[in-house]
Design a protein around this ligand. Structure first.
Ligand code: FA5
Length: 338
């Protein structure tokens, strides 16, 4: 009986050491230790032994059972730790559909800037760019806003030092363009602008404007109204109307605020336009002769108009977006709709 036990032990331990997977180990466990396994026969054989031999052989059989169970556990741990032959963990199923890669697209504001460039481009406007960080002179003095001028409060500004700012309006580009080329000028200048405004549904500390500047002999406010009407009809819908309200900007005289008839209610009044039927979409006016003199243009010979539109709010109006913060939260559920 002892010889038989020794043979079982030798065979079992060798098979366990050679096992290459958890499944093989499980089969060996069932074969040797299972309810109908090899040790059930051993225990049955014990009954036929003389009584004085029974305890000794019984103990030896139990020791061997424990030894086999421990060997199975050890090899299992080794396999899990990656020592033994690796079990296939990733299975490739060629019948499954492929995973579509996420393809990005341009931000809605960028898409709309391209649309704005396209509309003004067809009216003969070229595109100019200026830096986000600019001299205070281009943001203020050259635009007829001296250091102590009260209107500087209206353009609350981020200063690097007293001479350098994050531009608070794209009107800086008017100066850069006019200082670099003689009239006639017909440009738009889209870009980022910055003001320390409290963030809410319609205000952000960083937003986008598009500046327009048209200087030539005989340019009038009728041209300004025609160009902005054409733009609004292309950008919003064909029968939209615009209106001018008197306003004040130091660099234009006369100055106006420009409203567009509400696209949602068609001008009747609704919650989007605060029951007014009109929504403000920017400032504009005839370039002040002081600005022309500062850049060396002949203010007797030339006249011009300028305008500055808030792009973020234009896009909000176009798509009925209720909060400017949606543009900057990077929420793909919002951005992927454009
Ligand atoms: C100006 O910035 C003038 N430079 C516009 C101008 C240009 C007038 C040329 C005359 C000639 P205003 O401060 O009103 O004007 O700003 C223009 C537009 O920018 C506003 O109508 C609004 O749409 C947008 N805007 C202003 N502040 C914010 C803000 N904090 N967040 C989002 N949009 C803003």
């Amino acid at each position: 009986m002892q010889t038989k036990l020794a043979a079982i032990g030798e065979e079992a331990l060798a098979a366990i050491q050679a096992a290459g997977s958890a499944a093989e180990l499980e089969k060996l466990r069932v074969k040797y230790l299972g309810r109908k396994g090899v040790f059930r026969d051993v225990m049955a054989d014990l009954k036929s032994l003389p009584p004085e031999e029974k305890p000794k052989i019984g103990q030896a059989a139990n020791r061997l059972k424990k030894e086999i169970a421990a060997a199975i556990d050890n090899v299992k741990k080794e396999l899990q730790a990656g020592k033994g032959p690796a079990e296939p963990t990733v299975t490739f199923d060629p019948s499954l559909p492929g995973r579509r890669p996420n393809i990005g697209h341009r931000h809605p504001i960028t898409q709309m800037i391209d649309r704005i460039k396209d509309i003004f481009g067809r009216m003969g406007f070229s595109v100019a760019y200026g830096p986000d960080v600019d001299y205070a002179r281009n943001n203020f003095e050259a635009l007829n806003i001296p250091p102590d001028h009260p209107s500087r409060d209206a353009f609350d500004t981020f200063y690097f030092d007293k001479d350098v700012v994050l531009r608070s309006q794209t009107s800086t580009v008017q100066i850069r363009v006019m200082e670099n080329q003689p009239p006639p000028v017909r440009v738009i200048a889209p870009g980022k602008t910055y003001r320390p405004d409290t963030v809410d549904a319609t205000h952000c500390f960083m937003f986008h404007q598009v500046e327009g500047l048209y200087v030539d002999e005989g340019v009038t406010m009728a041209d300004l109204k025609a160009v902005l009407t054409m733009f609004a009809r292309e950008f919003f819908y064909p029968d939209v109307t615009i209106r001018f309200r008197p306003h004040f900007f130091p660099f234009t005289e006369p100055s106006v605020e420009v409203d567009v008839s509400c696209a949602i209610c068609g001008g009747k009044g609704c919650s989007v336009c605060s029951r007014k039927g009109w929504i403000e979409f920017g400032g504009a006016g005839m370039v002040d002769p002081n600005v022309f003199e500062g850049v060396g243009y002949d203010a007797e010979k030339y006249t011009g108009f300028a305008f500055g539109l808030g792009i973020d709010r234009l896009v909000m109006m176009k798509y009925g977006i209720d909060d400017i913060r949606r543009f900057f939260e990077n929420d793909m559920r919002f951005l992927s709709q454009f």
